[in-house]
Design a protein around this ligand. Structure first.
Ligand code: ADP
Ligand code: MG
Length: 330
């Protein structure tokens, strides 16, 4: 049974960066305003995510890492929206089958916190009382220690640290009211260091730099379709003064970080057609759609999604961008 669990867990957590994504999403779901990540050996030795969220109650700790344990399923949540967010209650459990997991947490109003470690879905000992300030810290050590082939492959390729930094940059600009940091274990300075702000442009500036932020224009679209609920899009796209060899597209759909290749291509095409002298674009975009319009068509842990009425949505976004860019160049 444990081999089956391990294989299943290896599917949910495919690389260090997938573990970081799950942990950061949990911290965001816990209402955190500050999230700090520390990584050692590209995440294979250590991933530590600390937040100041609402914490985990002591009585929930024994089952925290059992599969399908989630505090986020309400009776009315439809199957579709569960699907659009990937597995439910599987992430932490999965990590305990392929790594050593330690949780330190304190809930509001408690005098002390608790520390507990897990292996293969179960607690290794009773929660131990410890001093703690606020929130939760989850430590993942020796990821894939029991999956020799996976570990070898990851050790022999470029490590995940740049991917982790890129992931946190994306979260930082979408969740502008949350401060994020990411650094290598033992490093004096952070590689991502965002300060909470109410301005999206400030968030982009603090993460991607002035040269990106000063060359952006705001884009917005909404569309009340008589047959379905509302579509809303807002974001930023670079103008002709921006310069980059590769497209950067930071896309959130229904508050989840995703990728949509068809949409990205469509934007690249309209961008090149409207600003023929410009380089590849930088795009930040947040889209809100009815959950049943978002389809995670590949694999629940993959970020790629497709949309129902994709052509309609894409055309709307294309024409919005075209109009904005044309007005600009006139
Ligand atoms: P899911 O996020 O789908 O519920 P997870 O396995 O990722 O499943 O997490 C299981 C549960 O553990 C969550 O539902 C939440 O109650 C709790 N949890 C995990 N991380 C945190 C955190 N950083 N702060 C508060 N609660 C957490
Ligand atoms: Mg989760």
């Amino acid at each position: 049974e444990s081999v089956v669990n391990r294989i299943a867990a290896g599917e949910v957590i495919q690389r260090p960066v997938s573990a970081v994504k799950e942990l950061v999403e949990n911290s965001l779901d816990a209402g955190s305003t500050s999230i700090n990540v520390v990584v050692k050996d590209g995440g294979l030795k250590l991933i530590q995510v600390s937040d100041d969220g609402h914490g985990i109650r002591c009585e929930d700790l024994p089952i925290l890492c059992e599969r399908h344990t989630t505090s986020k399923l309400s009776a009315f949540e439809d199957l579709q929206s569960i699907k659009s967010m990937g597995f439910r209650g599987e992430a932490l459990a999965s990590m305990t089958y392929v790594a050593h997991v330690t949780v330190t947490t304190i809930t509001n109003g408690q005098l002390h916190g608790y520390k507990v470690s897990y292996r293969d879905g179960v607690m290794e000992h009773e929660p131990q009382a410890i001093a703690a300030v606020k929130g939760t810290r989850i430590t993942i050590e020796n990821l894939f220690y029991n999956m020799i082939a996976r570990r070898k492959t990851l050790q022999n390729s470029v490590d995940d640290y740049p991917k982790i930094v890129d992931l946190l940059c994306r979260f930082a600009i979408h969740h502008k009211n949350v401060s994020f940091s990411c650094r290598k274990h033992g490093a004096a300075s952070a590689d991502v260091h965002s300060v909470a702000t109410s301005s999206r442009l400030d968030a982009i500036r603090s993460v991607y730099g002035v040269s990106v932020a000063q060359n952006l224009i705001k884009i917005e679209a909404s569309d009340a379709n008589p047959y379905s609920s509302v579509f809303e899009m807002d974001g930023y796209i670079s103008d002709s003064k921006y310069s980059a060899k590769k497209t950067t597209m930071v896309l959130f759909i229904n508050e989840r970080l995703v990728e949509c290749t068809a949409l990205k291509r469509a934007i690249e095409i309209i961008y090149a057609a409207t600003l023929p002298k410009a380089s590849k674009p930088f795009i930040y975009m947040s889209i809100i759609l009815p959950p049943e319009h978002v389809d995670v068509n590949v694999h629940p842990t993959k970020r790629e999604v497709s949309l129902l009425n994709q052509e309609v949505v894409i055309e709307k976004i294309q024409s919005t961008i075209e109009l904005k860019l044309r007005n600009l160049s006139e």
